[in-house]
Design a binder for this molecule. Sequence first.
Ligand SMILES: [Zn+2]
Length: 241
Amino acid sequence: MIVLNYHELVDADPSNAWGLIHDVFDAHLALYEDRLISPQTFLQRCSDPEADAPDAVLLTFDDGFLSDYTHVYARYMETGRVPGFMSFIPVGFVGMPGRMTWTMIEELHKEGVAIGSHGMAHVDLTAVSDRELDRELALSKLMLEDRLGAPVLLFAFPYGRFSRRVWDAALKAGYTHLFTIQLGSHRGFEPFLYSRLCLTNEMDMNYLRWHLQDPNAARSFAWKVSTKLGLYRRMMRVRYR
Ligand SMILES: [Zn+2]
């Protein structure tokens, strides 16, 4: 399966590289609309190694932007074009200008959007103390679970930054699926890591087309060689030590 990662959808003039105007998102959607799966189907298939569907595409949105509610949910999910998505919430930002409120997040959850944590304050977790790391992971989980009345098992690393210390702490906090920003299909180099392609407004359509055809196409020579030799996981464990 292929996991795509988006941020804010806007009418015009995105303020940073991660904001996409609606027309561009529409054009993306046209490329993979018939391949989209819901987060529930994705998670089911993750737990059954026989059930992979290489072509299937899952949408994820990070940072809890208002457009998750007003656009992805209200315009696309309600009309059936998007069967569902994952929304990763930096809990400290809930209710701030441009971000969703708790009421919206609760509604998304009730309607089948998979809500995950994106920490509290959207910090680089590889750069914080152990105490701060535990707080980012545990408090955000607790607050989301308290609001949703359901376990929150999904976590996306802010800025895609992680290390072994970070993933150990996330697993210890009770998360089961940890989402990174890495090339390739959904399976990361550890069974609990899930790779995503992060879409920016600087990325060209051909690149997305290419990724949808083969999510390993843009991977490095080192990846190709180490995978062939069965050394990739060991190499990554050293890199992310
Ligand atoms: Zn983020």
